[in-house]
Design a protein around this ligand. Structure first.
Ligand code: SF4
Length: 419
C-alpha cells in the first residue's frame, strides 16, 4: 500500500475562523485512491472552540507582519496547530506522497511552511498541491518546490505520476469522527461574475450523481456530523434535477442534520416550494450572494441576481418559517463607488436579512482582478489579501464605519428573529 499524508496547512492572515472549513477537494481525490493507499490526515486547522452550528476558532499566535503589509494597521497571525507537532509526525512515520490542500491564494506561506518541513525531514516523499491557489497561481505554486501542482479538476497528471488507476470509491472521512461534514451536489456554475473564481476552476455546471451524494451524506452522519455545509457554487441551479430529489430522499429517509450554505446561494432560483422543502429537510442557515443592491453594479458584474429577486427569496423563506437569512455584501470592490454600499446594507436589513460584509479579494485571471492593480500587485498573491485590499481600497476609517453600521443593523435583526 502506498502511504499518503494528507495535510490541511496552517493559515497566515490578519483574521481567520472555521466557517465550516474542511479540505473537501483533497478528500475527494483521496477517496478515489483508497483501494491502493493508506492515509494519515494531519489537520493544522483543528478547531478549538465551536458554536452551536459547529463553526469555531483555530489556535492562533501573533507573528511579525510581512513587509508588504507595513501600511495595514492590523496584527498579523499564524492560525493552526504548532509546527513542531507536524515535524514530530514526519520524524515518526514515513510517507511516499504528501498531498497539501490549497485554498486562498494569499495563504501560500502556510503551504511553504509544510513543504519546507517535508523536504527537510522526508526528502524522498513526493509533494502534490491541488486546490484554488494551485489552480489560479500555478506558476507561483510551482516556485514553492512541490513535485506536482494540479491545475483545476483534471486529475490525469496525478494518476500518471502515481502510476495508478483511480476508483470511484466512497467518500473518505479524513481523521475519523467530525461533527461537521461538507458536501457538493454539483460542480461549477453557469454564471461568469467578473469577481469570481468559479468559472476559472470549472467549465460550466455539472450535477453529481444523487445516489453518490446521498451515500456521502450517510457516511458523514455515521461519522458524527450534525452540521453539513454545502460547498456548491450553484446549489439552487436546476433544482428540479439536483437539489429537490436529494432533499426529498433526506425527508423520506428521515435523515437528521442541520444544513448550511456558506457558499452564497443565488436568490433568483428560490421558489416557495423550494423554500418549504429546504426548511423541512433541515436547512438552518441561508447565506445569499447579493453583493450590492445597486442595479447598474449588478448588471456590470455579470447580472447573476437583482434586488427584487433577493427580496422575494427572503419572503419565501420567512413564509416557510426560516429564522436565519443573511446576505453577503462585497466591501472594497474596485468599482465600489457604484455599489451604493450603505443603501445596499439598509436594503438587506429592510428585506429582513442579516448583512455579512465580505471584504473583496481580487482573483487573478478575472476582469475585476485586472481592475485591481492600483491597489494590489496581482503577481504577488499576498497582496490579494482581503483585509489588506479592502483597507487600501476604502481606507480603514470608512471600512470601520461600514462594519459598525452592519453590526448595529444586524443587532436589530437579532432582536426581531432571536436564536
Ligand atoms: S453566480 Fe456565484 S459562483 Fe457563479 S460566477 Fe457568479 S459569484 Fe461565482
Amino acid at each position: 500500500m502506498m502511504r499518503i499524508l494528507l495535510v490541511n496547512p496552517p493559515i497566515f492572515d490578519f483574521t481567520a475562523s472555521d466557517f465550516w472549513l474542511r479540505p473537501y477537494g483533497m478528500t475527494r481525490v483521496a477517496s478515489r485512491m483508497r483501494h491502493v493507499c493508506e492515509f494519515i490526515f494531519f489537520n493544522f486547522l483543528r478547531t478549538v472552540k465551536k458554536d452551536a452550528w459547529g463553526r469555531g476558532r483555530f489556535p492562533e499566535e501573533i507573528i511579525p507582519k510581512p513587509e508588504v503589509f507595513s501600511d495595514i494597521p492590523r496584527r498579523f497571525r499564524r492560525f493552526g496547530r504548532q509546527r513542531a507537532e507536524f515535524r514530530t509526525l514526519l520524524q515518526a512515520r514515513a510517507f511516499d506522497v504528501v498531498f497539501v490542500q490549497t485554498s486562498m491564494t494569499y495563504w501560500y506561506p502556510g503551504i511553504r511552511e509544510v513543504i519546507e518541513d517535508v523536504r527537510e525531514l522526508q526528502p524522498s516523499a513526493k509533494i502534490v498541491l491541488g486546490g484554488v491557489y494551485a489552480t489560479l497561481c500555478t506558476d507561483h505554486a510551482e516556485s514553492l518546490g512541490a513535485d506536482l501542482v494540479i491545475k483545476g479538476s483534471n486529475l490525469e497528471p496525478l494518476w500518471r505520476a502515481l502510476s495508478m488507476q483511480p476508483s470511484q470509491g466512497d467518500c473518505l472521512i479524513p481523521g475519523g469522527n467530525d461533527d461537521v461534514g461538507v458536501l457538493k451536489l454539483g460542480e461549477g456554475c453557469p454564471f461568469h461574475c467578473t469577481y469570481c473564481a468559479a468559472p476559472l476552476m470549472w467549465n460550466g455546471f455539472a450535477p453529481r450523481d444523487t445516489g453518490a451524494c446521498l451515500r456521502e451524506l450517510r457516511l458523514l452522519i455515521a461519522a458524527g456530523a450534525k452540521d453539513i455545509a454545502f460547498y456548491d457554487d450553484a446549489l439552487l441551479y436546476r433544482a428540479d434535477e439536483v437539489l429537490k430529489p436529494f432533499l426529498e430522499s433526506v425527508v423520506n429517509e428521515r435523515i437528521s442534520a442541520r444544513f448550511h450554505t456558506p457558499n452564497a446561494l443565488n436568490a433568483r432560483f428560490m421558489t416557495p416550494e423550494l423554500a418549504g422543502l429546504m426548511t423541512r429537510a433541515g436547512f438552518a442557515s441561508f447565506f445569499f450572494g447579493l453583493e450590492s443592491g445597486a442595479a447598474a453594479w449588478q448588471t456590470a458584474t455579470g447580472g447573476k441576481v437583482n434586488a427584487g429577486e433577493f427580496a422575494a427569496a427572503v419572503d419565501c423563506l420567512r413564509s416557510a418559517g426560516t429564522r436565519y437569512i443573511a446576505a453577503y455584501i462585497i466591501a472594497g470592490h474596485p468599482d465600489s463607488e457604484t455599489q451604493s454600499l450603505e443603501e445596499s446594507m439598509q436594503f438587506v436589513h429592510d428585506c429582513g436579512a442579516k448583512i455579512v460584509l465580505s471584504e473583496f479579494s481580487p482573483i487573478p485571471g478575472t476582469e475585476d482582478g485586472k481592475k485591481s492593480t492600483p491597489w494590489a500587485d496581482m503577481k504577488e498573491p499576498l497582496s490579494h489579501n482581503k483585509t489588506a485590499f479592502a483597507i487600501r481600497r476604502l481606507g480603514a476609517d470608512y471600512l470601520n464605519r461600514l462594519k459598525s453600521l452592519s453590526r448595529s443593523l444586524n443587532h436589530d435583526m437579532s432582536m426581531k428573529y432571536p436564536g
